[in-house]
Design a binder for this molecule. Sequence first.
Ligand code: MN
Length: 257
Amino acid sequence: MRILLTNDDGFQAPGLQTLYRVLAETNCHQICIVAPERQQSATGRAVTLHKPLFLARHELPCGGQGFAVAGTPTDCIKLALQGDILGFRPELVLSGINAGPNLGSDVFYSGTVAAAMESMLLGVKAFALSLAVKSFTEGMNFESAAAFVRDVLLEDEVLTSFEGLLNINFPHHPREAWQGYCLARLGRRAFLNRFETRKSPFGREYYWVYGSQPEDEAEGTDQEAIARGFVSITPLLGDLTDYAELEKLVERGEPWG
Ligand code: MN
């Protein structure tokens, strides 16, 4: 398969590099990487318009081309699919494996999901891949998640024939402890922001955002799947239209003109 890898944690991030190595070792794919040169988590769907997109080219250790881009995850996908840097059109984009979950409302902020969304909007199916660690101070092991993706691409006709965007989160245990995979809907996971007020050494006040995310473990949600030890898989749409409300408004509305 012709595969483009990207992420939002940066070109050198262990989640991306582990996924590349595990897929390249199968000798079954043509793989390239186009990823941000540095950390771009939570940059959502940002596009760089007012400065140049510099590229650094890297020969990948198991073959293929890599490009580190001075831009966002969405820039990377636009450049890879609409620029002339690759010399081939990928059949699948894999974004991740992100260091941290992208569950529920996270998908609105995530650069990992944004890259996969851009890919879908440009006509290439994509998986957004995230490791659902509870705390960023935990050591992160991406091997099980990467092996799962490797096996899906070689064996799972249902998931590989899906033409849209799959948002996939992995539990942070070794694969032997997983319960399998679970098709789930997005839960609600809005961030409860708090702002700590601090003072710089020069006396200027500033704010530092932090907070918490209430878990929505209602039945059928992605968060419930992860809490029960399943890999959670959610197909996402690029169309945010609320069709039920649209219909109600059309029924009640007085069209102009
Ligand atoms: Mn990230």
